[in-house]
Ligand binder design. Structure first.
Ligand SMILES: CC(C)(COP(=O)(O)OP(=O)(O)OC[C@H]1O[C@@H](n2cnc3c(N)ncnc32)[C@H](O)[C@@H]1OP(=O)(O)O)[C@@H](O)C(=O)NCCC(=O)NCCS
Length: 230
């Protein structure tokens, strides 16, 4: 079971991080892998009421990786924590499947209170370096949080938010461009959203239409000349 989990995690890093060159490199050199593996143990201890041991175990992981994940936090599958240093994931935080966090991401508390006080992050969410997501808010599936954003309100699915406080930028991904495709750094790998390339494609279409009309006109003219000659 643990071996399958490790294999899946390593495969995900190789698929998603352009810098990952081999499985051995991912296993040895990626603190995000170590932190998430370690968390499965700390979380198990926590759930089986070995609370202090769970805390201590997560403290050792933090010491080794620079990534602090509370043992009670619930993490989905295939979470990638790239670079990792300074990441904090609080006690009541929940993270869905296929998320991608960069260094110094905080899933933290906005103001002190009991109960659920950390964010719930959906599936396939990218959170940029240094972003702080604070309070018991929800970040919807496929959302993207820009680097250094401070997110204080719910983020709808398929939305990109940036800034302090974070606000949506007018750039909703079309429905057919959502998961399973992954864009490292939150940038689409294909050119479908580049405004210049979109304009060029439109001009190309218009040019082709003009050429077709010219050809039809020339043909009609030839037919008229032939008819006049007969
Ligand atoms: C948020 C992000 C995903 C946006 O990508 P995008 O959808 O392609 O958005 P655009 O680049 O078209 O930018 C849209 C607008 O948001 C602004 N913007 C983008 N990222 C921003 C950020 N982090 N903070 C503030 N504003 C930002 C742009 O300037 C632009 O503003 P404008 O419309 O006034 O010109 C991307 O900028 C980002 O922050 N990715 C995370 C990268 C990261 O953490 N890398 C670490 C690697 S080690």
């Amino acid at each position: 079971m643990a071996f399958m989990f490790l294999r899946e995690t390593i495969r995900t890093y190789r698929e998603r991080d352009p810098a990952a060159r081999s499985s051995l490199e991912v296993l040895l050199c990626y603190p995000g892998v170590h932190a998430v593996m370690w968390h499965t143990m700390s979380h198990w201890l926590w759930r089986h009421d070995w609370r202090l041991l769970g805390r201590f175990s997560s403290h050792i992981a933090r010491w080794l990786t620079g990534i602090e994940i509370h043992p009670a936090a619930k993490l989905g599958r295939r979470l990638v924590i790239d670079h990792g240093m300074g990441v904090v994931i609080g006690e009541t935080a929940e993270v869905g499947d296929d998320c991608y966090f960069y260094h110094q991401v905080t899933l933290g508390v906005a103001r002190t209170m009991g109960g659920k006080r950390h964010p719930t992050v959906g599936n396939n969410v990218i959170i940029g370096a240094g972003a702080k997501v604070l309070g018991p808010i929800t970040v919807g599936d496929n959302a993207r949080v820009g680097s250094n954003a401070v997110v204080l309100d719910n983020v709808p699915a398929d939305t990109t938010v940036v800034g302090i406080p974070a606000r949506p930028v007018d750039r909703k991904l079309p429905r057919d461009r959502k998961a399973p495709g992954f864009d490292p750094y939150g940038m689409p790998a294909d050119d479908s959203l580049d405004p210049l390339l979109r304009d060029l494609a439109q001009m190309h279409g218009e040019l082709a239409e003009l050429e077709a009309r010219m050809a039809r006109l020339a043909e009609a003219q030839t037919r008229q000349r032939q008819a006049a000659a007969e």
